[in-house]
Design a binder for this molecule. Structure first.
Ligand SMILES: [Zn+2]
Ligand SMILES: [Zn+2]
Length: 246
């Protein structure tokens, strides 16, 4: 399989959102409209927690002028691929998860995760039908039964992480270390949590993304959160880089 096939961005039809925080959704206008500008493609369905339908409808409305301009003065482009709808997954706390999508190539299951005070956050488990390969995608959140179930014996888990060692450099979550550990730990994945996720799920490979690496600028090290994970006993863990294939 060549890279053009792997990164066939023009033909992406589906997206699965773990939650609706702005740092996980701010790229949606470009995901919806960007590929269309280079030629017609499929319309898009964006799965996510309750409220995703409203969010996508509002994005469509907010970028209406841009979308309308695409239809004018063009002899090659047509309306195909210019629209997107949001599909709410389901509000549930059952850690066993649920099948939410299936086609000839893949099944997608959603599992509830725990991420601060947000009520609906999900991890997704993608099972490729041709070879049974399993990719779990965790989004934000600390250790949870749902996350462990999503990653059970998976080939790859893509997941966030945050520093524990340099927590006093994190700009939110209180003034004292105790406060920060309690509040930040309610939202994000410390190294000890990651170790527990790996041990309880048996996942074969962890890929860290959305790495929250805070430090004194004098001592900033791009790989320091990865080292914290390894020091906590997490094995087979990598830091994601753009263009990597796992
Ligand atoms: Zn978040
Ligand atoms: Zn986030």
């Amino acid at each position: 399989m060549d890279l053009a096939t792997v990164f066939d961005l023009q033909n992406i039809k589906y997206m699965f959102l773990t939650h609706l925080h702005e740092d996980h959704t701010v790229g949606l206008p470009s995901f919806i409209s960007g590929p269309f500008k280079f030629g017609p493609g499929p319309d898009k369905k964006i799965y996510g927690p309750e409220g995703v339908d409203e969010m996508i409808a509002n994005i469509n409305a907010a970028w209406r002028l841009d979308r309308n301009e695409m239809f004018q003065g063009s002899t090659t482009q047509k309306a195909d691929g210019a629209t997107a709808i949001g599909v709410p997954v389901w509000p549930s706390t059952d850690p066993k998860g649920r099948l939410i999508y299936e086609d000839d190539n893949v099944t997608v299951e959603a599992f509830p995760t725990e991420h601060g005070f947000l009520h609906h956050t999900y991890a997704y488990r993608f099972t490729a039908k041709p070879d049974g390969r399993v990719i779990a995608f965790g989004g934000d959140g600390h250790y949870s039964e749902g996350l462990v179930n999503a990653a059970k014996d998976a080939d790859v888990l893509v997941i966030e992480s945050i520093t524990r060692k340099n927590i006093m450099f994190v700009v939110w979550g209180g003034d004292t270390e105790d406060e920060k550990v309690k509040i930040i730990g309610a939202y994000h994945m410390f190294p000890e949590d990651m170790k527990k996720v790996q041990d309880d799920s048996g996942v074969k490979q962890i890929v860290m993304t959305h790495v929250q690496n805070y430090n004194d600028p004098e001592h900033f090290d791009r790989l320091s959160v990865l080292k914290e994970m390894q020091d906590a006993g997490v094995t087979n863990i990598l830091m994601a880089e753009d263009g990597d294939i796992y």
